[in-house]
Write a protein that binds this ligand. Structure first.
Ligand SMILES: [Fe+2]
Length: 299
């Protein structure tokens, strides 16, 4: 018998489009957590998860890419995080099963938030396939950028939770506009531009912490004040929204739409450079470009 099959029951189990998460063993200062995470998703490990604690992860099957260390981790290996100074980012390359053992009890908090957010991801998926895929890619890239920039761990976690649903307001917009196979008219574009405010209202009713709703509301603001809905300038826009804006725009530029082909990687990188310091925060753009150069090298 495989030693990892001994825990038949789960104390708590959450299954969603990210994967399946099972809390197996828990007491005040200890937990064992099993997860099956789908390819294309991101896993992060925050310094607070490992403060004075050990977070050991065994890869039962699958493959991960550890962005901080620029290396792959395959099935059969362990990795351990302890007293981290920066957030660790892992991209899930193949369907992956993990067993996490840690001497700190934090999983329930993470599962609680996941349970509240994921239904909205499902709703986005039902409404509009492009928006769903775009939100996923944007969320993953935004977390990677934030990790690379060594932003505050709370900021990174906010991006992890909200990056994937930043366009949630679009569930209130007519499918005929969202899925229109040709360019939008000015009036239709004005309707699309209401989605940050619509998203703000959805998130505000979902969680007490209004900063989450603000992040969603600000993701189309531009640092020169030319964005919407409020025309905020650099110092008025929260860091989470600045990071999501860069990941969002880059993904939109490189995606094919029915009415236009996406830009090549090189052209999109030039375009981001051109708009750096005008629309986008230059530090965030620099982080994105460095990550893209690195990824190109690995491929
Ligand atoms: Fe948006």
């Amino acid at each position: 018998m495989n030693g990892f099959n001994v825990f038949e029951e789960s104390l708590r189990q959450v299954s969603n489009k990210l994967g399946t998460f099972k809390l197996k063993v828990q007491d005040e200062n200890f937990e064992i957590f099993e997860s099956h995470v789908h390819a294309g998703r991101s896993i992060i490990c925050q310094p607070y998860e490992c403060e004075d604690a050990l977070n050991s992860v065994y890869v039962i099957r699958g493959k991960l890419y550890h962005s901080n260390e620029d290396r792959y981790i395959s099935s059969g290996s362990w990795f351990t995080f302890k007293n981290l100074e920066e957030t660790q980012h892992l991209s899930v390359v193949e369907e992956t099963s993990l067993l996490t053992i840690r001497n700190k009890n934090i999983t329930e908090h993470q599962l609680d938030f996941m349970e509240r957010i994921v239904p909205f991801m499902d709703e986005i998926q039902l409404k509009d396939h492009y928006t769903d895929e775009h939100c996923n890619r944007t969320g993953n890239l935004a977390v990677q950028i934030a990790t690379f920039m060594k932003l505050d761990e709370v900021v990174i976690e906010n991006i992890l939770f909200l990056g994937k649903i930043h366009d949630v307001g679009k569930i209130k917009i007519s499918e005929s506009i969202l899925n229109k196979p040709s360019r939008l008219t000015d009036d239709e574009y004005d309707i699309i531009k209401t989605h940050p405010q619509l998203g703000y209202e959805i998130i505000k009713h979902l969680v007490d912490y209004t900063h989450y709703a603000e992040i969603v509301r600000q993701h189309h603001e531009r640092i020169d004040g030319s964005g919407y809905p409020d025309g905020l300038k650099s110092g008025e826009i929260c860091m989470e929204a600045k990071v999501i804006a860069v990941a969002d725009s880059f993904d939109a530029m490189t995606s094919d739409r029915p009415y236009r082909a996406g830009l090549s990687l090189e052209d999109a990188m030039s375009e981001m450079k051109r708009c750096s310091g005008v629309w986008y925060d230059p530090d965030v753009v620099n982080a994105l470009l460095t990550i893209l150069e690195r990824t190109k090298k690995i491929k």
